[in-house]
Design a protein around this ligand. Structure first.
Ligand SMILES: Cc1cc2nc3c(=O)[nH]c(=O)nc-3n(C[C@H](O)[C@H](O)[C@H](O)COP(=O)(O)OP(=O)(O)OC[C@H]3O[C@@H](n4cnc5c(N)ncnc54)[C@H](O)[C@@H]3O)c2cc1C
Length: 406
Protein backbone atom coordinates (compact mmCIF):
# COMPACT_ATOMS: atom_id res chain seq x y z
CA UNK A 1 0.00 0.00 0.00
CA UNK A 2 1.21 3.54 -0.84
CA UNK A 3 1.66 5.51 2.35
CA UNK A 4 1.89 9.32 2.43
CA UNK A 5 4.41 10.63 4.98
CA UNK A 6 3.13 12.58 8.00
CA UNK A 7 3.38 16.39 7.58
CA UNK A 8 6.30 18.08 9.34
CA UNK A 9 5.92 20.58 12.22
CA UNK A 10 4.62 24.08 11.49
CA UNK A 11 7.09 26.55 13.08
CA UNK A 12 5.85 29.76 14.66
CA UNK A 13 6.29 32.90 12.52
CA UNK A 14 6.91 35.33 15.39
CA UNK A 15 7.74 35.50 19.10
CA UNK A 16 5.22 36.12 21.86
CA UNK A 17 6.75 39.57 22.45
CA UNK A 18 6.32 40.46 18.78
CA UNK A 19 2.69 39.26 18.84
CA UNK A 20 1.94 41.38 21.90
CA UNK A 21 3.67 44.50 20.54
CA UNK A 22 1.39 44.81 17.50
CA UNK A 23 -2.21 45.86 17.15
CA UNK A 24 -3.71 43.33 14.73
CA UNK A 25 -6.66 43.75 12.38
CA UNK A 26 -7.74 40.29 13.46
CA UNK A 27 -6.72 37.78 16.10
CA UNK A 28 -8.12 34.33 15.27
CA UNK A 29 -8.29 31.84 18.12
CA UNK A 30 -8.11 28.22 16.89
CA UNK A 31 -6.31 26.96 13.78
CA UNK A 32 -8.74 24.23 12.71
CA UNK A 33 -10.46 24.48 9.31
CA UNK A 34 -12.74 27.37 10.39
CA UNK A 35 -9.95 29.52 11.83
CA UNK A 36 -7.35 28.76 9.16
CA UNK A 37 -9.78 29.34 6.26
CA UNK A 38 -10.86 32.68 7.76
CA UNK A 39 -7.20 33.64 8.26
CA UNK A 40 -6.30 32.65 4.70
CA UNK A 41 -9.05 34.77 3.13
CA UNK A 42 -8.43 37.83 5.30
CA UNK A 43 -4.62 37.72 5.00
CA UNK A 44 -4.94 37.33 1.21
CA UNK A 45 -7.05 40.52 1.23
CA UNK A 46 -4.22 42.39 2.98
CA UNK A 47 -5.42 42.31 6.61
CA UNK A 48 -2.90 41.98 9.45
CA UNK A 49 -3.95 38.60 10.86
CA UNK A 50 -2.58 36.57 13.77
CA UNK A 51 -3.83 33.01 14.26
CA UNK A 52 -3.12 31.27 17.57
CA UNK A 53 -3.79 27.77 18.89
CA UNK A 54 -3.22 26.06 22.21
CA UNK A 55 -1.69 23.11 20.34
CA UNK A 56 1.25 22.87 18.04
CA UNK A 57 0.55 21.63 14.51
CA UNK A 58 0.16 19.05 13.10
CA UNK A 59 -2.20 17.70 15.73
CA UNK A 60 -4.82 14.99 15.57
CA UNK A 61 -8.49 15.55 16.36
CA UNK A 62 -11.54 13.36 16.94
CA UNK A 63 -12.99 13.29 13.43
CA UNK A 64 -14.16 10.80 10.80
CA UNK A 65 -11.67 12.44 8.37
CA UNK A 66 -14.05 12.24 5.39
CA UNK A 67 -14.32 15.37 3.27
CA UNK A 68 -17.77 15.88 1.75
CA UNK A 69 -18.27 17.22 -1.78
CA UNK A 70 -19.05 20.58 -0.18
CA UNK A 71 -15.75 20.60 1.74
CA UNK A 72 -13.81 19.63 -1.40
CA UNK A 73 -15.47 22.47 -3.36
CA UNK A 74 -14.66 24.99 -0.59
CA UNK A 75 -11.03 23.83 -0.47
CA UNK A 76 -10.80 24.02 -4.28
CA UNK A 77 -12.00 27.62 -4.06
CA UNK A 78 -9.11 28.30 -1.66
CA UNK A 79 -6.66 26.82 -4.19
CA UNK A 80 -6.21 23.57 -2.27
CA UNK A 81 -6.56 20.37 -4.28
CA UNK A 82 -6.92 17.68 -1.62
CA UNK A 83 -6.63 14.93 -4.26
CA UNK A 84 -3.11 16.09 -5.24
CA UNK A 85 -0.14 13.97 -4.22
CA UNK A 86 1.24 16.98 -2.30
CA UNK A 87 -1.76 16.87 0.06
CA UNK A 88 -2.40 13.12 -0.05
CA UNK A 89 -6.22 12.77 0.05
CA UNK A 90 -7.55 9.31 -0.85
CA UNK A 91 -10.75 9.13 -2.93
CA UNK A 92 -13.63 7.58 -0.99
CA UNK A 93 -14.68 4.68 -3.18
CA UNK A 94 -16.74 2.39 -1.02
CA UNK A 95 -19.07 3.13 1.89
CA UNK A 96 -20.77 0.33 3.80
CA UNK A 97 -23.21 0.49 6.67
CA UNK A 98 -23.37 -2.31 9.25
CA UNK A 99 -26.58 -2.38 11.25
CA UNK A 100 -28.36 -5.31 12.91
CA UNK A 101 -25.60 -7.57 11.59
CA UNK A 102 -26.21 -6.76 7.90
CA UNK A 103 -24.08 -4.84 5.45
CA UNK A 104 -25.66 -2.17 3.25
CA UNK A 105 -23.51 -0.67 0.51
CA UNK A 106 -24.14 3.05 0.12
CA UNK A 107 -23.63 4.93 -3.12
CA UNK A 108 -22.13 8.12 -1.70
CA UNK A 109 -21.40 11.25 -3.69
CA UNK A 110 -17.66 11.66 -4.20
CA UNK A 111 -15.66 12.23 -1.03
CA UNK A 112 -12.02 12.26 0.06
CA UNK A 113 -10.36 10.68 3.10
CA UNK A 114 -7.64 12.82 4.66
CA UNK A 115 -6.14 12.86 8.14
CA UNK A 116 -6.74 15.99 10.18
CA UNK A 117 -2.99 16.34 10.61
CA UNK A 118 -2.58 16.70 6.83
CA UNK A 119 -5.71 18.78 6.17
CA UNK A 120 -5.23 21.28 8.98
CA UNK A 121 -1.52 21.78 8.32
CA UNK A 122 -2.21 22.33 4.60
CA UNK A 123 -4.78 25.03 5.36
CA UNK A 124 -2.60 26.68 7.98
CA UNK A 125 0.43 26.65 5.68
CA UNK A 126 -1.63 28.36 2.95
CA UNK A 127 -2.80 30.99 5.42
CA UNK A 128 0.81 31.69 6.41
CA UNK A 129 1.84 31.88 2.76
CA UNK A 130 -0.95 34.45 2.29
CA UNK A 131 0.70 36.62 4.97
CA UNK A 132 -0.95 35.51 8.23
CA UNK A 133 1.21 35.13 11.38
CA UNK A 134 1.08 31.94 13.47
CA UNK A 135 1.61 31.43 17.19
CA UNK A 136 1.17 27.90 18.65
CA UNK A 137 1.08 26.99 22.39
CA UNK A 138 -1.19 30.00 22.97
CA UNK A 139 -4.11 29.03 25.22
CA UNK A 140 -6.73 31.77 25.14
CA UNK A 141 -8.80 32.12 28.30
CA UNK A 142 -10.87 35.22 27.64
CA UNK A 143 -11.79 38.01 25.29
CA UNK A 144 -13.22 41.44 26.03
CA UNK A 145 -13.69 44.79 24.34
CA UNK A 146 -11.91 47.92 25.63
CA UNK A 147 -12.78 51.15 23.80
CA UNK A 148 -12.49 50.23 20.14
CA UNK A 149 -10.39 47.12 20.41
CA UNK A 150 -10.71 43.46 21.30
CA UNK A 151 -8.38 42.27 24.07
CA UNK A 152 -7.49 38.59 24.01
CA UNK A 153 -6.08 37.08 27.22
CA UNK A 154 -3.78 34.10 26.73
CA UNK A 155 -1.25 31.89 28.44
CA UNK A 156 1.82 30.78 26.46
CA UNK A 157 3.46 27.37 26.62
CA UNK A 158 6.08 28.53 29.12
CA UNK A 159 3.34 29.86 31.41
CA UNK A 160 3.63 33.57 30.54
CA UNK A 161 0.36 35.49 30.63
CA UNK A 162 -0.14 37.96 27.78
CA UNK A 163 -2.79 40.13 26.15
CA UNK A 164 -3.18 40.41 22.38
CA UNK A 165 -4.85 43.49 20.88
CA UNK A 166 -6.89 43.60 17.67
CA UNK A 167 -9.69 45.43 15.91
CA UNK A 168 -11.65 42.18 16.09
CA UNK A 169 -11.28 38.69 17.50
CA UNK A 170 -12.60 35.54 15.82
CA UNK A 171 -13.31 32.58 18.09
CA UNK A 172 -12.79 29.36 16.12
CA UNK A 173 -12.09 27.07 19.05
CA UNK A 174 -14.28 24.13 18.01
CA UNK A 175 -16.66 22.30 20.33
CA UNK A 176 -14.73 22.95 23.53
CA UNK A 177 -15.21 26.72 23.42
CA UNK A 178 -13.96 27.75 26.86
CA UNK A 179 -13.10 31.34 25.93
CA UNK A 180 -14.75 33.57 28.53
CA UNK A 181 -16.38 36.67 27.08
CA UNK A 182 -15.67 39.68 29.33
CA UNK A 183 -18.27 41.86 31.01
CA UNK A 184 -17.94 44.73 28.54
CA UNK A 185 -18.54 42.45 25.57
CA UNK A 186 -21.29 40.18 26.86
CA UNK A 187 -24.55 40.16 24.98
CA UNK A 188 -27.84 38.69 26.08
CA UNK A 189 -27.62 35.31 24.39
CA UNK A 190 -25.87 32.34 25.97
CA UNK A 191 -24.49 29.09 24.61
CA UNK A 192 -27.17 26.40 24.48
CA UNK A 193 -26.18 22.74 24.72
CA UNK A 194 -28.67 20.01 23.87
CA UNK A 195 -28.96 18.00 27.10
CA UNK A 196 -29.56 14.74 25.17
CA UNK A 197 -26.67 15.34 22.79
CA UNK A 198 -24.21 12.56 22.16
CA UNK A 199 -20.46 12.96 22.76
CA UNK A 200 -17.70 12.20 20.26
CA UNK A 201 -14.99 9.57 20.83
CA UNK A 202 -12.03 8.84 18.61
CA UNK A 203 -8.83 6.82 18.32
CA UNK A 204 -6.17 5.87 15.81
CA UNK A 205 -5.63 2.15 15.41
CA UNK A 206 -2.63 0.33 13.92
CA UNK A 207 -2.72 -0.64 10.24
CA UNK A 208 -3.39 -4.31 10.88
CA UNK A 209 -6.38 -3.82 13.22
CA UNK A 210 -8.84 -4.42 10.36
CA UNK A 211 -8.88 -5.63 6.79
CA UNK A 212 -10.01 -2.35 5.25
CA UNK A 213 -8.81 -1.02 1.93
CA UNK A 214 -7.78 2.58 1.20
CA UNK A 215 -10.80 4.72 0.29
CA UNK A 216 -13.21 2.44 2.14
CA UNK A 217 -15.46 3.66 4.97
CA UNK A 218 -17.47 1.40 7.25
CA UNK A 219 -20.15 2.78 9.55
CA UNK A 220 -21.63 0.73 12.39
CA UNK A 221 -24.95 1.74 13.98
CA UNK A 222 -26.29 0.48 17.30
CA UNK A 223 -28.72 1.63 20.01
CA UNK A 224 -26.30 3.73 22.03
CA UNK A 225 -24.26 5.20 19.21
CA UNK A 226 -22.50 4.74 15.93
CA UNK A 227 -18.94 4.70 14.72
CA UNK A 228 -17.03 4.98 11.46
CA UNK A 229 -13.69 3.42 10.56
CA UNK A 230 -11.56 4.55 7.64
CA UNK A 231 -7.97 4.02 6.50
CA UNK A 232 -5.97 7.24 6.41
CA UNK A 233 -3.40 8.19 3.77
CA UNK A 234 -0.58 7.20 6.14
CA UNK A 235 -1.99 3.69 6.71
CA UNK A 236 -3.44 4.19 10.23
CA UNK A 237 -7.10 3.43 10.87
CA UNK A 238 -9.18 6.35 12.12
CA UNK A 239 -12.10 5.42 14.35
CA UNK A 240 -14.65 8.12 15.23
CA UNK A 241 -17.82 7.54 17.21
CA UNK A 242 -20.81 9.41 18.61
CA UNK A 243 -22.29 7.79 21.70
CA UNK A 244 -24.90 8.43 24.38
CA UNK A 245 -23.31 10.09 27.38
CA UNK A 246 -25.55 8.31 29.87
CA UNK A 247 -24.76 4.92 28.35
CA UNK A 248 -21.04 5.53 29.01
CA UNK A 249 -21.80 5.59 32.73
CA UNK A 250 -23.69 2.28 32.50
CA UNK A 251 -20.70 0.36 31.10
CA UNK A 252 -17.12 0.45 32.34
CA UNK A 253 -16.10 3.55 30.36
CA UNK A 254 -16.10 5.02 26.85
CA UNK A 255 -13.98 2.28 25.22
CA UNK A 256 -16.40 -0.40 26.44
CA UNK A 257 -19.29 1.51 24.90
CA UNK A 258 -17.54 1.74 21.52
CA UNK A 259 -16.88 -2.02 21.71
CA UNK A 260 -20.58 -2.53 22.52
CA UNK A 261 -21.54 -0.49 19.41
CA UNK A 262 -19.11 -2.51 17.28
CA UNK A 263 -20.37 -5.85 18.61
CA UNK A 264 -24.10 -5.05 18.59
CA UNK A 265 -24.00 -3.77 15.01
CA UNK A 266 -22.17 -6.87 13.78
CA UNK A 267 -18.95 -5.05 12.85
CA UNK A 268 -17.07 -6.92 15.61
CA UNK A 269 -17.69 -10.25 13.84
CA UNK A 270 -16.69 -8.85 10.43
CA UNK A 271 -13.56 -7.15 11.79
CA UNK A 272 -12.50 -9.11 14.90
CA UNK A 273 -9.25 -7.16 15.37
CA UNK A 274 -10.97 -3.82 16.05
CA UNK A 275 -12.04 -4.30 19.67
CA UNK A 276 -8.70 -5.73 20.93
CA UNK A 277 -6.82 -2.92 19.11
CA UNK A 278 -9.09 -0.35 20.74
CA UNK A 279 -8.15 -1.65 24.19
CA UNK A 280 -4.47 -0.84 23.50
CA UNK A 281 -4.73 2.80 22.35
CA UNK A 282 -5.83 6.02 24.08
CA UNK A 283 -9.39 7.13 23.33
CA UNK A 284 -10.09 10.86 23.04
CA UNK A 285 -13.46 12.40 23.92
CA UNK A 286 -15.24 15.60 22.91
CA UNK A 287 -17.80 17.69 24.76
CA UNK A 288 -21.49 17.22 23.84
CA UNK A 289 -21.84 17.52 20.10
CA UNK A 290 -25.08 19.41 19.48
CA UNK A 291 -24.92 23.02 20.64
CA UNK A 292 -25.57 26.55 19.51
CA UNK A 293 -23.60 29.65 20.55
CA UNK A 294 -24.03 33.38 19.87
CA UNK A 295 -22.28 34.34 16.63
CA UNK A 296 -21.55 37.89 17.68
CA UNK A 297 -20.55 39.63 20.92
CA UNK A 298 -19.04 42.96 21.89
CA UNK A 299 -20.93 44.93 19.24
CA UNK A 300 -19.40 42.86 16.43
CA UNK A 301 -15.80 42.94 17.69
CA UNK A 302 -15.98 39.28 18.72
CA UNK A 303 -17.25 36.77 16.16
CA UNK A 304 -17.62 32.99 16.32
CA UNK A 305 -17.15 30.61 13.41
CA UNK A 306 -17.09 26.85 12.80
CA UNK A 307 -18.01 24.38 15.55
CA UNK A 308 -17.56 27.16 18.13
CA UNK A 309 -20.68 28.81 16.65
CA UNK A 310 -22.80 25.64 16.70
CA UNK A 311 -22.77 22.02 15.63
CA UNK A 312 -25.09 19.09 15.08
CA UNK A 313 -24.07 15.43 15.44
CA UNK A 314 -21.76 14.31 12.66
CA UNK A 315 -23.37 11.16 11.14
CA UNK A 316 -23.32 12.70 7.66
CA UNK A 317 -19.69 13.90 7.96
CA UNK A 318 -20.23 17.54 7.01
CA UNK A 319 -18.60 19.53 9.82
CA UNK A 320 -15.41 20.43 7.96
CA UNK A 321 -17.40 21.68 4.95
CA UNK A 322 -19.66 23.71 7.24
CA UNK A 323 -16.65 25.19 9.03
CA UNK A 324 -14.96 26.30 5.80
CA UNK A 325 -18.22 27.63 4.30
CA UNK A 326 -18.88 29.64 7.45
CA UNK A 327 -15.32 31.01 7.26
CA UNK A 328 -16.04 32.19 3.72
CA UNK A 329 -19.26 33.87 4.84
CA UNK A 330 -17.46 35.57 7.73
CA UNK A 331 -14.51 36.75 5.59
CA UNK A 332 -16.82 38.01 2.82
CA UNK A 333 -18.82 39.96 5.39
CA UNK A 334 -15.71 41.50 6.94
CA UNK A 335 -14.52 42.53 3.49
CA UNK A 336 -17.74 43.91 1.98
CA UNK A 337 -19.62 45.42 4.92
CA UNK A 338 -19.35 48.73 6.76
CA UNK A 339 -17.59 48.13 10.10
CA UNK A 340 -20.61 48.91 12.29
CA UNK A 341 -22.88 46.52 10.37
CA UNK A 342 -20.57 43.47 10.35
CA UNK A 343 -22.19 41.71 13.33
CA UNK A 344 -25.77 41.97 12.08
CA UNK A 345 -24.96 41.05 8.49
CA UNK A 346 -22.74 38.10 9.46
CA UNK A 347 -25.46 36.73 11.75
CA UNK A 348 -28.10 37.00 9.04
CA UNK A 349 -25.94 35.44 6.29
CA UNK A 350 -24.77 32.66 8.58
CA UNK A 351 -28.32 31.87 9.67
CA UNK A 352 -29.51 31.69 6.07
CA UNK A 353 -26.71 29.28 5.25
CA UNK A 354 -26.64 27.09 8.38
CA UNK A 355 -30.30 26.68 9.29
CA UNK A 356 -31.41 24.29 6.48
CA UNK A 357 -28.31 22.09 6.87
CA UNK A 358 -28.67 21.88 10.64
CA UNK A 359 -32.38 21.07 10.41
CA UNK A 360 -31.65 18.25 7.96
CA UNK A 361 -28.86 16.90 10.19
CA UNK A 362 -31.03 17.00 13.31
CA UNK A 363 -33.53 14.78 11.44
CA UNK A 364 -30.76 12.37 10.43
CA UNK A 365 -29.36 12.32 13.99
CA UNK A 366 -32.82 11.40 15.35
CA UNK A 367 -33.29 8.63 12.76
CA UNK A 368 -29.88 7.16 13.63
CA UNK A 369 -31.03 6.69 17.22
CA UNK A 370 -33.38 3.94 15.97
CA UNK A 371 -31.23 1.20 14.38
CA UNK A 372 -34.40 -0.55 13.18
CA UNK A 373 -35.23 2.51 11.05
CA UNK A 374 -31.69 2.56 9.66
CA UNK A 375 -31.91 -1.18 8.93
CA UNK A 376 -35.22 -0.59 7.09
CA UNK A 377 -33.60 2.21 5.09
CA UNK A 378 -30.72 -0.19 4.37
CA UNK A 379 -33.17 -2.82 3.03
CA UNK A 380 -34.76 -0.17 0.83
CA UNK A 381 -31.32 0.76 -0.47
CA UNK A 382 -30.58 -2.89 -1.29
CA UNK A 383 -33.88 -3.51 -3.07
CA UNK A 384 -34.39 -0.12 -4.73
CA UNK A 385 -30.89 1.21 -5.56
CA UNK A 386 -32.18 4.03 -7.86
CA UNK A 387 -34.26 5.42 -4.98
CA UNK A 388 -31.26 5.19 -2.64
CA UNK A 389 -29.08 6.95 -5.20
CA UNK A 390 -31.53 9.87 -5.13
CA UNK A 391 -31.95 9.95 -1.36
CA UNK A 392 -28.31 9.66 -0.23
CA UNK A 393 -27.15 12.98 -1.74
CA UNK A 394 -30.05 14.72 0.03
CA UNK A 395 -29.21 13.06 3.36
CA UNK A 396 -25.52 14.00 3.21
CA UNK A 397 -26.09 17.50 1.78
CA UNK A 398 -25.30 18.94 -1.63
CA UNK A 399 -22.43 21.05 -2.93
CA UNK A 400 -22.75 24.74 -2.01
CA UNK A 401 -22.08 27.58 -4.36
CA UNK A 402 -18.73 28.94 -3.22
CA UNK A 403 -18.87 31.96 -5.50
CA UNK A 404 -20.16 34.45 -2.97
CA UNK A 405 -22.21 34.57 0.20
CA UNK A 406 -23.60 38.02 -0.53
C1 LIG B 1 -16.90 11.88 16.09
C2 LIG B 1 -16.78 12.97 15.05
C3 LIG B 1 -16.67 12.61 13.70
C4 LIG B 1 -16.60 13.62 12.72
N1 LIG B 1 -16.45 13.25 11.42
C5 LIG B 1 -16.40 14.18 10.46
C6 LIG B 1 -16.20 13.82 9.10
O1 LIG B 1 -16.00 12.66 8.75
N2 LIG B 1 -16.22 14.81 8.17
C7 LIG B 1 -16.41 16.13 8.51
O2 LIG B 1 -16.47 16.98 7.62
N3 LIG B 1 -16.54 16.50 9.81
C8 LIG B 1 -16.53 15.56 10.78
N4 LIG B 1 -16.63 15.94 12.09
C9 LIG B 1 -16.75 17.36 12.42
C10 LIG B 1 -15.42 18.11 12.30
O3 LIG B 1 -14.43 17.45 13.04
C11 LIG B 1 -15.61 19.55 12.83
O4 LIG B 1 -16.82 20.06 12.37
C12 LIG B 1 -14.48 20.46 12.39
O5 LIG B 1 -13.25 20.05 12.94
C13 LIG B 1 -14.77 21.91 12.84
O6 LIG B 1 -13.66 22.72 12.60
P1 LIG B 1 -13.35 23.97 13.55
O7 LIG B 1 -12.22 24.68 12.90
O8 LIG B 1 -14.59 24.72 13.85
O9 LIG B 1 -12.89 23.34 14.94
P2 LIG B 1 -11.66 22.38 15.29
O10 LIG B 1 -11.24 21.60 14.13
O11 LIG B 1 -12.09 21.65 16.52
O12 LIG B 1 -10.46 23.36 15.65
C14 LIG B 1 -10.50 24.14 16.81
C15 LIG B 1 -9.08 24.52 17.20
O13 LIG B 1 -9.15 25.45 18.28
C16 LIG B 1 -8.11 25.17 19.22
N5 LIG B 1 -8.54 25.69 20.53
C17 LIG B 1 -9.61 25.30 21.26
N6 LIG B 1 -9.70 26.04 22.38
C18 LIG B 1 -8.67 26.92 22.35
C19 LIG B 1 -8.23 27.94 23.23
N7 LIG B 1 -8.90 28.23 24.37
N8 LIG B 1 -7.13 28.66 22.92
C20 LIG B 1 -6.44 28.40 21.76
N9 LIG B 1 -6.82 27.41 20.88
C21 LIG B 1 -7.92 26.70 21.17
C22 LIG B 1 -8.00 23.65 19.19
O14 LIG B 1 -6.72 23.22 19.63
C23 LIG B 1 -8.25 23.34 17.71
O15 LIG B 1 -7.03 23.26 16.98
C24 LIG B 1 -16.66 14.97 13.09
C25 LIG B 1 -16.74 15.32 14.44
C26 LIG B 1 -16.78 14.34 15.42
C27 LIG B 1 -16.84 14.74 16.86
Amino acid sequence: MMVSPAPGPMPTTLTLDEAVARRWDMVIVGAGPAGAATALRLAAAGHAVLIVDRDEFPRGKVCGCCLSSAAIAELDALGIDVRSSAVGGVPLERVRLMVRRRWTPLGMPSGIVLSREALDVTLLRRAIEAGCHWLPHAHVSGCDVVDTEARVAMRAGAGQVATLRARRCVIATGLGDHVRIGVAATDRRRRRVNAAARIGLGAWLPEDAADLGPGELVMAVARHGYCGVVRLEDGRLDLAAAVDRRAVAAVSGPASLVVEVIDESGLGRAMPGLAPALARVPLRATPRLTHDAPLVAGGGRILRVGDAAGYVEPFTGEGIGWAISAARILADTLLDTAAEEVGVRYASRHRRYARPARTRCRGVALAVRVPLAIAAAGSLARFAPPLARRLVPWVVGGVPSVESSR
